[in-house]
Design a protein around this ligand. Structure first.
Ligand code: FRU
Length: 499
């Protein structure tokens, strides 16, 4: 959440004409065809969205809940919006799942399937889907109280279509700490307990529970470690096998501000976890994405073992300017879903993010360019894969007929994503910027780019380094230009997921 007090945010929200010019109903035939509307990313039918929440897989459906303000295109009293997908690519919008209540508005959190009905909220035959979220009490905050964030739960017995709030909420009361939010819950088999990771000021607290209803403090992580330029938010904690097949645990922590390229970003730690305490392997600060626009991302719960992937999605924006971006009927989109894996690179562990394979189903009209340096892009939505066998790529530039351009530069041991001339940018002073990621001696042998109508996602060497940025070109980028050595480039036009 921005550092502004909620009262000021509420004032700005009202000044922005709360809902008036922005209301759009689902019957609007123009939906998903508006200027800048992402064609293969999830965005809400209308109005404001921020973090992904409660991602869980159940009975063939991937659920995506999200921080949602149904009355306006700027942040306000939070609800959980809801969509489902059978393939993580095409989404069906469903009615709002969780509305504010007497304990407050509904901030970020997670969802799990309580298969053993440990909570008693369902039955053995019909285990409950349980959402664990933060209730944020704005009036208490305005009154100067510090205990305005508590953790509550709601459950669904019909595949997330209808929700009942637990009668004895909150399940975890506030111990007198202002920033106390964003519970991510998972089942820890070896200790037969639920574990909750909670963002608490600039550290993470872990709690455990046998039934999702009664929680006990287990440990703290993060004192004196990690990036601390802003408050810690939206944690995640999950196991992954390293390349030697040995189990490690990954802790994701979003921070705002204090990212490597201004504003919000998500750092991660690699370590061990014994069911109570997370112990990092080292004190290195690592970022899941060096671009400016991937925030509050966490991973899906209850992905079946037969799939085995660790699937991630982030909010494709930045608190610096999220409320000012030049879209009219809706605000913001999610990143493409990514599959995470743990690799050992140069003696270090690194989290790789790769676009999920399901996206390949959107590919149309492949064109291959062997050593050609300048060519037309087939459409405003495309996937571009550049292979550079000798690793001597210097730059990639995409450009439209008005000269608006995005440039990737590979030089001096770093990758730069330059969006200073990318299109509309005067809505915020910090938008038109050159964003930098360290290459640390990495030889760039492949670059995969996803270009949608208002974003670019760049995956270097199969996800070793990632940069995500939103863009607002006044007309589609039409050409691509490469400088450097030998290249083979494959270009696909990507089909819209909304048609
Ligand atoms: C992160 C965040 C969370 C909070 C939510 C409020 O972007 O600030 O910490 O729960 O957004 O919308």
């Amino acid at each position: 959440m921005r550092n502004l007090p909620i009262a000021i945010i509420a004032l700005l929200w009202m000044q922005c004409g709360h809902g008036s010019e922005t209301t759009q109903t689902e019957s609007n035939g123009d939906m998903y065809t508006e200027t800048f509307r992402p064609q293969f990313h999830f965005s809400p039918p209308s109005q404001w969205m921020n973090d992904p929440n409660g991602m869980v897989f159940y009975q063939g459906e991937y659920h995506l809940f999200y921080q949602y303000h149904p009355e306006s295109t700027v942040w306000g009293p939070m609800h959980w919006g809801h969509a489902v997908s059978k393939d993580l690519v095409h989404w069906e919008n469903l009615p709002i799942a969780l509305y504010p209540d007497e304990l407050g508005t509904i901030f970020s959190g997670s969802a799990v399937i309580d298969h053993q009905n440990t909570s008693g909220l369902g039955s053995d035959d019909n285990p409950p889907m349980v959402a664990i979220y933060t209730n944020h009490h704005a009036e208490k905050e305005q009154a100067g109280d510090v205990d305005f964030q508590v953790q509550s739960i709601a459950y669904s017995l019909d595949k997330g279509r209808s929700w009942t709030k637990y009668a004895k909420n909150p399940v975890l009361d506030n111990p007198g700490i202002r920033d106390f939010r964003d519970p991510k819950v998972f089942w820890h088999g070896p200790t037969s307990r639920w574990v909750m990771a909670l963002a608490v000021e600039k550290v993470i607290h872990l709690y455990t529970s046998e039934n999702l209803l009664d929680w006990t403090f287990a440990s703290e992580f993060g004192e004196g470690i990690g990036a601390k330029g802003g408050v810690w938010e939206c944690p995640d904690l999950f196991p992954m096998n390293d390349p030697n097949g040995s189990e490690k645990w990954v802790m994701l922590v979003s921070i705002n501000p204090g990212g490597p390229n201004l504003g919000s970003a998500t750092q991660y730690f690699i370590g061990n976890f014994d069911g109570k305490q997370f112990t990092p392997l080292d004190t290195v600060i690592r970022w899941i994405d060096y671009g400016p626009d991937n925030y509050a991302g966490v991973t899906w719960s209850n992905i079946p073992d037969t799939d085995g992937r660790r699937l991630f999605i982030g909010w494709m924006s930045n608190w610096l300017y999220a409320g000012a971006v030049p879209t009219v009927t809706w605000r913001s989109a999610k990143t493409i879903p990514r599959s995470l894996s743990l690799k050992g690179i140069h003696g270090k562990h690194l989290l790789h993010s790769q676009p999920i394979d399901e996206l390949q189903g959107l590919r149309r009209d492949e064109t291959v360019f062997l050593d050609e340096k300048r060519f037309d892009l087939p459409s405003a939505t495309s996937e571009i894969i550049v292979e550079i066998p000798d690793g001597d790529l210097e730059s990639i530039l995409v450009q439209n007929d008005s000269g608006e351009q995005v440039i990737l530069r590979f030089a001096d041991g770093k990758l730069e994503l330059d969006r200073t001339q990318s299109g509309l940018s005067d809505f915020h002073a910090d938008f038109a910027n050159v964003h930098t990621a360290p290459l640390d001696g990495v030889s760039v042998t492949s670059v995969q780019i996803f270009l949608d109508s208002s974003s670019i996602e760049v995956f270097i060497n199969s996800g070793e380094l990632v940069m995500t940025a939103i863009l607002f070109p006044t007309e589609p980028y039409r050409t691509l230009e490469l400088t450097g050595g030998m290249t083979k480039t494959r270009v696909f036009s990507l089909a819209s997921i909304w048609k």
